[in-house]
Design a protein around this ligand. Structure first.
Ligand SMILES: NC(=O)c1ccc[n+]([C@@H]2O[C@H](COP(=O)([O-])OP(=O)(O)OC[C@H]3O[C@@H](n4cnc5c(N)ncnc54)[C@H](O)[C@@H]3O)[C@@H](O)[C@H]2O)c1
Length: 342
């Protein structure tokens, strides 16, 4: 079967750690033909194993007629421009989450892809993570009855060297970074909608900045969402834990007939201490966030292209997750609940 020609726009952290390995896992189905990053060395490093061409301008990727689909893995403030340009060039798109920083941009992206007749799959990778898929199947089988409370806590370390969430990296620039609500809590707002199966009606939240050098980017958020059927979704995310702190997710779900609990950090039993602090070998095998999810995500786009059917995760779902996350930030700033969908 003909392999699908791929382009990669943005060759930074998530491209290196997730999308390039995912392409490698699907080598019989996809071929990376061109990459783009404003940092040419990043584009070249991503391109080299595939013999792909490397560019600093993403439009050079979109100009290639042999490329059918692009993976957009740039910061979210670039998604609308790049996804709309990809659609205009007739390319299918797998774009990282969050779909965009604003609902207006999300709407433009969805409309542009629909008008061009190309797929837009937003990389809500947790939807493709085995453990969440298993939990979802258990909920669908009615094992815990109707979900009344969904709660997830997430912790992320700052990393070494520590440039993220400081002005030395886009994540630390309040002009372009949505901080923890956009980087992390967008997953939680998506998951709570998915598991509760209802639309959000109101959101209450608190946010904070916690680390020295942070010039105003939210790195902690606690949010509570009331859904149309009265169910509650709750999440608490800190993404500036000290370097070496184990990344983890902790999920609890209570239904009318039972409960489900899943905790990553039970897996991080091995701790190694070195010159750079503590590390946790194997913590990327976390149950709730892991690499095979990205291969499943890409495979979904490939199958949708081959079968000429809509992607199973419509971009409207990513928009709905964004709406809740944006309302949460508004709630924190206003100091009151924000109503949704009325
Ligand atoms: N699905 C997940 O679990 C997950 C995890 C991490 C990040 N993300 C998302 O992925 C996106 C990228 O995050 P990251 O962690 O890889 O950031 P990053 O800073 O590590 O990488 C971004 C890359 O984009 C490049 N870039 C910047 N401007 C560009 C432009 N105009 N054209 C082409 N390339 C450009 C940068 O040089 C950099 O290499 C964000 O939207 C983030 O929310 C998703």
């Amino acid at each position: 079967m003909q392999r699908i020609g791929l382009g990669l726009i943005g060759c930074g952290g998530i491209a290196r750690s997730a999308h390039l390995p995912a392409m490698g896992q699907l080598v019989d189905h996809v071929a990376l033909l061109a990459t783009a990053d404003t940092d040419l060395s990043a584009a070249e490093a991503a391109a080299a194993p595939w013999g792909a061409t490397a560019h600093t301008d993403y439009r050079a990727v979109l100009a290639r007629p042999d490329i059918q689909a692009v993976v957009v893995a740039t910061p979210e403030y670039l998604h609308a421009e790049q996804v709309c340009a990809a659609a205009a060039a007739g390319k299918h798109v797998l774009c990282e989450k969050p779909i965009a920083p604003s609902l207006a941009e999300a709407d433009r992206m969805i409309a542009a892809c629909a008008a061009a007749g190309v797929h837009l799959l937003i990389g809500h990778s947790r939807r493709f993570t085995r453990r969440y898929m298993e939990i979802r199947a258990a909920v669908d089988r009615g094992e815990i009855g109707e979900v009344r409370l969904f709660r997830e806590n997430e912790r992320r370390p700052r990393g070494i060297p520590q440039i993220w969430w400081t002005p030395r990296h886009w994540t630390g620039n309040p002009q372009v970074s949505g901080g923890a609500p956009m980087m992390n809590a967008i997953h939680e707002t998506d998951l709570m909608r998915w598991f509760i199966g209802q639309e959000a009606r109101s959101v209450t939240a608190e946010v904070n900045t916690t680390i020295e050098g942070n010039v105003g980017v939210i790195d902690f958020i606690s949010l509570t969402v009331r859904f149309a059927n009265g169910a509650i979704g709750s999440a608490e995310v800190l993404n500036c834990a000290p370097p070496g702190y184990p990344a983890f997710h902790q999920l609890e779900m209570y239904g009318t007939a039972g409960a489900i609990r899943a905790r990553d950090h039970e897996l991080t039993g091995l701790t190694r201490f070195g010159d750079t602090g503590a590390d946790y070998p194997g913590h990327y095998e976390m149950l709730l966030h892991n690499l095979p999810a990205y291969a499943r995500e890409l495979a979904e786009l490939v199958e949708a292209i081959r079968e000429a059917r809509p992607v199973k995760l419509p971009a409207s779902e990513a928009r709905a997750a964004l709406e809740i996350a944006l309302a949460a930030v508004r709630s924190a700033h206003l100091g009151q609940a924000v109503e949704l969908g009325r």
